[in-house]
Design a binder for this molecule. Structure first.
Ligand code: GRF
Length: 200
């Protein structure tokens, strides 16, 4: 059985969607550990309630690589095969990325390469795009930058607010993140340059 490590900083709804799909057998893996850099993260509490290993490693005041060494050690202790960033509000160091080559996924609430970084839904509204969505991608040491695994599009409506657009995108996040996790775990893909290509 493959082992997932989830990193989060807040609400944890993407983590919950993954946990539901693990329970339903749609993701053939178990959640080995959930790690938060923020003690108050709701997702950490959810993990505890689900009876999962829930670990808080506070990042405040720590140098990036010093912190990442702690996280990597915790992930390795739990023999994690695939790391899922689920609202983890930190850039990873080159060290972290090297320790899990092509083994780290992230979900971003925009159609990358549009609107990387914070407040992607606000950025999309401000720019006036008519379509936005979400992206699951491999993680490198740059911001929202690695090869794209899956994307889903949603319309941007004239009367949208950040809240209404975020909710529409979030529904798709919950769907495609689990699909992407299962695809990567299945090994039925190859990476050519920036392209993630499905194989049989
Ligand atoms: C999501 O919008 C995700 O795309 C972004 O951070 C948010 C996390 O939400 N990376 P949640 O903690 O999974 O509910």
């Amino acid at each position: 059985m493959k082992r997932l490590g989830i990193l989060l900083s807040g609400r944890g709804s993407n983590f919950e969607a993954i946990a539901r799909n693990v329970a339903a057998g749609n993701i053939e893996a178990e959640i080995a550990v959930v790690i938060s850099n923020r003690p108050e993260a709701r997702g950490l509490e959810t993990a505890r309630q689900l009876g999962l290993n829930a670990v808080c490693l506070p990042s405040r005041g720590l140098d990036r690589e010093v912190y990442d060494r702690q996280v990597v050690a915790e992930l390795k202790k739990h023999c994690v095969d695939l790391v899922c960033l689920a609202g983890f509000m930190r850039l990873l160091s080159a060290y972290f990325v090297r320790e899990f080559p092509n083994r780290i996924l992230n979900i971003h609430p925009a159609l990358l390469p549009s609107f990387p970084g914070l407040d992607a839904q606000h950025q999309a509204l401000e720019h006036g795009v008519k379509i936005s969505g979400c992206t699951v991608h491999f993680v490198d040491e740059y911001l929202d930058a690695g090869p794209i695994v899956l994307q889903a599009a949603v319309p941007v409506l004239d009367d949208d607010t950040v809240e209404s657009l975020s909710a529409r995108i979030l529904e798709q996040e919950h769907r495609i993140y689990s699909q992407a996790v299962q695809l990567i775990l299945s090994g039925k893909y190859r990476i050519e340059g920036r392209r993630v290509i499905r194989t049989r």
